[in-house]
Design a protein around this ligand. Structure first.
Ligand SMILES: [Zn+2]
Length: 447
């Protein structure tokens, strides 16, 4: 891992050039050759995409000053020819990313709450869960998922290393272990006589460096007839829709059904069912059990992945060029708007936004400020680009001409909440999948 600490480019100074010189390309190739697969241990990855050196995606800054430095770490993506898993070449320490200052609270998103509630209701119904059942969740955050089971009288147990969201969960009465889950924690829970009928791990497997220990821990904690349910963004959607801002240091890898199956089966957990979901720009929900009972859906998606080539490097080969073409197009749009004297703000200071703005190299000269519902983020600054974060109400008071929606995966929810801004003549820029401008529909003349 190369750690580079750079002083911030002062606001107003020209953005640093982002083109990758040939020397860096060959460095990318040679570093890929030396990298080892996070899942199967295969030595040597195929290089897919180099996003350059990036700050910590959730590392909001309390204040900014000329002397302040940020650690920038390369963000590069490769493909494992051993198990087909797409993954990062380098990462940052887990304690840095998910420790005490991790302030993402799942309960801030209405759509995520609804998605979780529906998932819980289905699991309760299909698995006949009741007061004797135990549902464990890894990365349980503020209890947004487990509260649905708890409300039905089902026993719940959360496990999450981030202490702030865990405290919020405990305040709801949800027992939460503050720790990194793996075989060590699983052994401790088993010693207390705990076996889980359902283990939920949404958007977490890809965040963990020792994936084999994590999945082995799930197998240890799971009752013999239990089910592990996992969700993660589907690598196929990420590649097809150029969702490069899904790539950040916290996301160590990007699964297909095939590469996830390889990881879980190594630990005696069989992929028995699968569902494609629209959430987060396209996700997979996979169901694993200790006995194989493979559904047609699983056979179907594996056949589809093979036919499309997700298990071969060629499928990923053009991704880098497509991402760079998007950057040129998006920068051109912002440049045109600024040349017209338009004022631009951004909505949603989450990880995706950090990657998007830093990769496009849009600092506070281009984007005047960002707004975010999360009060823990307000008053701070986005990493790298150092854009100030204010409360969403500012949009109606200040009325910028355009607002770029950074968490485009929640676009409908955000546009719904900000309807007044649209109706007052404001416009939204939605970068992905189509770099779209959204304005209020024309007045209906029949009324
Ligand atoms: Zn591998």
């Amino acid at each position: 891992m190369i750690d580079v600490t750079l002083k911030h480019t002062p606001a107003g100074e020209a953005a640093r050039p982002q083109e990758t010189p040939d020397a860096e390309q060959s460095e990318f190739s040679s570093d890929s050759t030396r990298a080892q697969c996070i899942s199967c241990g295969h030595q040597g990855l195929e290089p897919i995409l180099d996003l350059g050196r990036m700050p910590r995606s959730d590392g909001l800054l309390e204040a900014i000053g000329p002397a302040q430095t940020e650690t920038l770490v390369p963000l590069r993506l490769g493909y494992c020819p051993g198990c087909t898993l797409v993954q990062l070449l380098e990462t940052r320490p887990a304690e840095e990313m998910f420790g005490d200052d991790y302030v993402y609270f799942s309960s801030y998103s209405e759509d995520l709450l609804k998605h979780s509630r529906e998932n819980a209701e289905e699991l309760i119904r299909t698995h006949g869960l009741g007061p004797d059942s135990l549902v464990a969740e890894i990365a349980s955050n503020d209890g947004y998922m487990l509260q649905n089971f708890q409300a039905q009288g089902i026993q719940v147990l959360g496990i999450d290393p981030a202490s702030q969201p865990a405290r919020a969960a405990r305040e709801k009465g949800i027992e939460t272990v503050v720790d990194f889950f793996g075989t060590r924690v699983a052994a401790g829970l088993r010693a207390q006589g705990k076996r889980a009928d359902v283990i939920i791990a949404n958007n977490v497997v890809a965040h963990v460096a020792d994936q084999n220990d994590l999945v082995a821990g799930m197998a240890d904690l799971l009752a013999d007839n239990g089910t592990v349910v996992v969700e993660f963004p589907y690598v196929r959607d990420m590649i097809d829709f150029i969702e490069f801002d899904t790539i950040y240091h916290e996301h160590l890898c990007y699964f297909s059904a095939g590469s996830a199956k390889a990881l879980f089966e190594r630990h005696g957990l069989y992929l028995n069912d699968v569902r494609r979901l629209p959430i987060h720009g396209g996700s997979l929900r996979l169901y694993f059990s200790k006995c194989a009972a493979v559904t047609d859906a699983v056979q179907g998606i594996l056949a589809e992945e093979h036919a499309l080539g997700l298990d071969r490097f060629e499928y990923y080969k053009t991704f880098g060029a497509r991402v760079r073409a998007f950057r040129d197009q998006a920068r051109k749009l912002v440049g045109t708007l600024k040349a017209d004297g338009k004022r631009i703000a951004a909505y949603g200071a989450a990880a995706k936004g950090t990657i998007m703005l830093n990769f496009l190299n849009l600092n506070d000269r281009a984007i005047e400020y960002a707004v975010d519902k999360n009060i823990h983020k307000q008053g701070k600054y986005m990493p790298g680009v150092r854009i100030r974060i204010d409360e969403p109400e500012k949009l109606m008071q200040d009325k910028p001409d355009y607002v770029m929606i950074l968490p485009w995966n929640f676009r409908d929810e955000i546009i719904r909440q900000q309807r007044a801004f649209l109706e007052a003549g404001g416009k939204f820029v939605v970068p992905i999948p189509d770099l779209e401008i959204v304005s209020a529909p024309e007045q209906d003349s029949s009324r």
